[in-house]
Design a protein around this ligand. Structure first.
Ligand code: NCD
Length: 319
């Protein structure tokens, strides 16, 4: 795996949360918390990254992650360029690395990459010049490190601790990079009661989530949980034959108010979005008092500011 740290131990790339230490993750969360502002207030802004350029390369659709990386970079004073699949030369057959070398020649300092193919962020990180940082914005089904951090931050804000929490991740875990990065983050931060709750067909292989409780019944899986994280059915990663029927899925697996009663009364409900209302989650639960889904979105900008500041400040350059 590509080394994410510089020789002095500072974070250079963020490709996965796997292998980061608890103090490294806590430092990022603390920095992110410092960037959170109440809704309606002006967002946190600085010129910390003035003179730096961040390129967003999104080879898969994205709303929240792309916009929040862009806002995060701009709110730290960086320049931002956005490349989308349809607009980039990749459709003309230019390889990903040639696109990256072009951006590097244009003085881009950080590349934010989302790709449907596993291994692309690592490949890019292994080939960029030493001053360039690579941040994964979602790698196939493999990982989504900034999502893992924003999920952890959202839990910390509501529960003030990780120790002793019961966290149930529910739904299409097999295809979910969000679940994998949430597991990495929460495992590093010391959550010991972590459950993956899914129908057998959407359950990941046991070796991928070592140490978690696996459960194929929704009510039993969320019983007494402090956190219920619901995931989207990732139809784009399934063969036609594996597609569940929407109505049948909702009947068996949709998180409704009635079903949520199995969790703790003060349980929070999370979802990374995009949501399929009426399939994996009832609309009134998504919009209800226990939902922290909009906090997750707000925290996404703060986390991406913290990560950008962490990787770009640490270069120790003066512009
Ligand atoms: C997710 C993604 O793309 O991995 N969305 C996000 O980044 N918030 C989750 C999903 O697509 O279901």
């Amino acid at each position: 795996m590509t080394e994410q740290l510089r020789p002095d131990g500072s974070l250079r790339h963020l490709l996965t949360l796997e292998g980061l230490t608890k103090p490294q993750v806590e430092r990022l969360l603390e920095r992110a918390q410092g960037m959170v502002r109440p809704l309606g207030a002006r967002p946190a802004m600085s010129q910390a990254l003035a003179g730096s350029t961040v390129a967003n390369l999104f080879m898969e659709p994205s709303t929240r992650t792309r916009v929040s990386f862009e806002l995060a970079a701009k709110r730290l004073g960086a320049h931002v360029v956005n490349l989308e699949l349809q607009l980039s030369s990749r459709v003309k057959g230019e390889s990903m690395l040639d696109t990256v070398y072009t951006l590097q020649s244009l003085h881009v300092d950080a590349l934010v990459i989302r790709d449907a193919e596993a291994g692309v962020p690592q490949l890019v990180a292994a080939n960029v010049a030493p001053h360039v940082s690579v941040l994964s914005a979602g790698e196939a089904h493999v990982s989504h490190p900034t999502q893992g951090l924003l999920d952890a931050l959202t839990i910390l804000q509501r529960k003030q601790r990780f120790d002793g929490l019961a966290v149930a991740i529910v739904g299409d875990i097999r295809h979910s990079r969000v679940a994998r990065s949430a597991w990495h983050a929460l495992h590093i931060l010391g959550v010991t009661d972590l459950r993956v709750v899914a129908p057998a067909a959407l359950m990941p292989e046991a070796r991928e989530f070592p140490g978690v409780t696996r459960c194929t019944d929704l009510s039993a899986g969320i019983e007494g949980a402090d956190v219920v994280m619901v995931l989207r059915i990732q139809k784009e990663r399934m063969g036609q034959a594996d597609l569940p029927d929407n109505a049948r899925y909702f009947t068996a697996w949709g998180l409704t108010h009635e079903r949520l009663k199995a969790a703790r009364p003060d349980a929070i409900v999370m979802h990374p979005q995009p949501m399929n209302r009426g399939i994996e989650i009832a609309a009134d639960v998504a919009d209800g008092a226990q939902s922290v889904i909009r906090d997750q979105v707000r925290n996404g900008v703060a986390v991406r500011m913290a990560v950008l500041a962490q990787v770009l400040d640490a270069r120790g350059e003066t512009p």
